[in-house]
Ligand binder design. Structure first.
Ligand code: ZN
Length: 163
């Protein structure tokens, strides 16, 4: 069981513990979305949707919120097998465990890993910041803003070094 498509646009308050929660769709381990009728998600919202959703903690969005977890588990237990073939597929992980670099030396490898790790952290921070702006939902726009921020930030860094 996994939670996907967490609706980050709006935070809700748990009626039981007052904790901040979001809602996401529930899938099986293969990424097929559970629906109450076993049909494909009908694309509707609110009471008309057939998608089974569950509350997650605001900070840990892949884990079901403790207070309402049992409702979700009950709903999933009652639900027919989720429709396959149209759900959001979670890609299988590719492993590079046996990869040996031929052209990249040790020093470059270490430096490159540092650069990538730094970019990953900056991207996560950018995503967290972007989540504060519910107006911006388009992933392409988010990517554009993040790239712009990288460009502006590196020129600031550059001028700090030179100045
Ligand atoms: Zn709660």
């Amino acid at each position: 069981m996994q939670v996907i498509d967490v609706y980050t646009k709006k935070a809700y308050t748990c009626k039981k513990c007052n904790g901040e929660i979001y809602y996401g769709k529930i899938t099986d381990d293969k990424g097929n979305i559970y629906t109450v009728d076993g049909h494909m998600p009908n694309g509707k919202y609110g009471k008309e949707t057939n998608v089974i959703s569950g509350a997650v903690d605001a900070l840990v969005k892949d884990r079901l919120h403790e207070c309402s977890k049992h409702y979700v588990e009950e709903a999933i237990a009652k639900a027919p097998a989720p429709p396959t073939g149209g759900g959001v597929k979670i890609p299988e992980k590719t492993t590079f465990a046996n990869f040996q670099a031929e052209y990249v030396n040790e020093a470059d490898r270490v430096q490159w890993n540092d650069v990538v790790a730094k970019v990953v952290e900056l991207t996560i921070l950018a995503q967290k910041k972007l989540d504060e702006y519910p107006e911006i939902t388009n992933p392409a726009l988010k990517g554009l803003i993040t790239n712009q921020a990288f460009a502006v930030w590196s020129s600031i860094k550059e001028s700090q070094r030179n100045g």
